[in-house]
Design a protein around this ligand. Structure first.
Ligand code: SF4
Length: 188
């Protein structure tokens, strides 16, 4: 148990660009976030590595503590979502938020949040329901923030900082969706 973490918030971080606005907001409110990287949903490995590296560099540049739980989970992810690929996001949220709540509980944090709450492309309500369930399971608080109004501002700042900007959500299926959308657009 680390009592120094009581005043801080553990922030599950999906990627550096999404974290920019969340960190700025929390710090402006007087709360120091500790970033928690656990994203076995990001594939392939080169993409996983690129996003992790970007977060490591950004955390160092702004003096934010980063905890890395390194797990490249292609096989476990596909096994878990098979065969209902179209409803994969609930598993994806749960595996990440559950691990975050568990880490918070075991390391003296009394609350956690997630950068997933910044994206207008994610299922915001589902993220909250899943985070609340994980919080109850581990006896910590899920701190809700609607970061969405700052999504564009955060992405813009990330671009200005020269960050690596990913082109799809994370899993191989989201990469496929992107390709399908592009193909459809070209046929129109
Ligand atoms: S689309 Fe994004 S949120 Fe949904 S399963 Fe894939 S990586 Fe996870």
């Amino acid at each position: 148990m680390n009592d120094n973490n009581k005043s801080k918030i553990l922030m599950h971080t999906c990627c550096a660009p999404c974290s920019v606005y969340c960190i700025d907001t929390l710090r402006a409110q007087g709360t120091e976030p500790v970033s928690f990287w656990f994203n076995p949903n990001i594939h392939p490995f080169t993409e996983y590595k690129a996003r992790k590296k970007t977060l490591v560099e950004y955390s160092e540049s702004i003096g934010m503590k980063l905890i890395i739980k390194n797990e490249y989970g292609l096989r476990s992810f596909i096994s878990a979502v098979y065969p209902d690929f179209d409803n994969r996001c609930s598993y994806c949220y749960e595996v990440r938020l559950d691990e975050t709540a568990k880490y918070a509980s075991e390391n003296g944090f009394d609350r956690f949040t997630t950068t997933l709450l910044v994206s207008p492309y994610q299922n915001h309500e589902l993220i909250c329901d899943i985070a609340e369930a994980s919080a109850a399971r581990y006896g910590v608080k899920f701190e809700y923030h609607d970061f969405r109004p700052g999504f564009r501002e955060g992405q813009e700042k990330a671009r200005e900082l020269g960050m690596y900007m990913q082109k799809y959500c994370g899993c191989v299926f989201s990469e496929e969706d992107r390709y399908k959308k592009r193909k459809k657009k070209n046929q129109e």
